[in-house]
Ligand binder design. Sequence first.
Ligand SMILES: Cc1cc2nc3c(=O)[nH]c(=O)nc-3n(C[C@H](O)[C@H](O)[C@H](O)COP(=O)(O)O)c2cc1C
Length: 168
Amino acid sequence: MKVGIFFGSSTGNTESAVEKLVDLMNENGFTAESHNVASISTDDFDNYETMIFATSTWNDGELQDDFDSIYRDFEKYDFSGKKIGFVGLGDQEGYSENFLDGIGTLYNACKGAEFFGFWPTAGYDYDASTAVVDGKFVGLALDADNQDEMTDERIEKWVAQIKKELGA
Ligand SMILES: Cc1cc2nc3c(=O)[nH]c(=O)nc-3n(C[C@H](O)[C@H](O)[C@H](O)COP(=O)(O)O)c2cc1C
């Protein structure tokens, strides 16, 4: 199953998580391809039925900078028929009121899509997050600032989960 992973990363944390995710997905029957959103447009979404958006959150709840331009076109893009998952990077201690809001913003912008990869909130300590819908994060939640030692295991679990959900 071909999956396009579209990421934005300022200090490399999301990029390094995406590299691990791509390797693991490709070992598990997916054909995962990653693209930095700094150098693509929404036209590139046309090549994929299944997509993952990966972003960190900055400046009290904002999307990572490289998403700014492409995000403006989300509203015009027809996401119906797409299967979409999310990976969010954030700092639950330093930005507890806006933990992972970036993936919350993207989730709300992907109107008409079918979503996969929701993730439990147990094991995280934060005050507020727009990335939580019906009691779960809308995607894989990673915190390289405070829980980096859990990142690899979380990615492994998430890949096993989406493999089941997507039937790859
Ligand atoms: C100035 C600044 C603002 C931040 N704002 C948030 C925030 O609002 N919410 C959050 O969850 N994380 C926030 N973070 C944490 C980053 O999202 C986190 O360090 C992430 O791993 C960075 O990933 P990247 O290198 O891929 O951009 C902030 C970090 C900095 C330095």
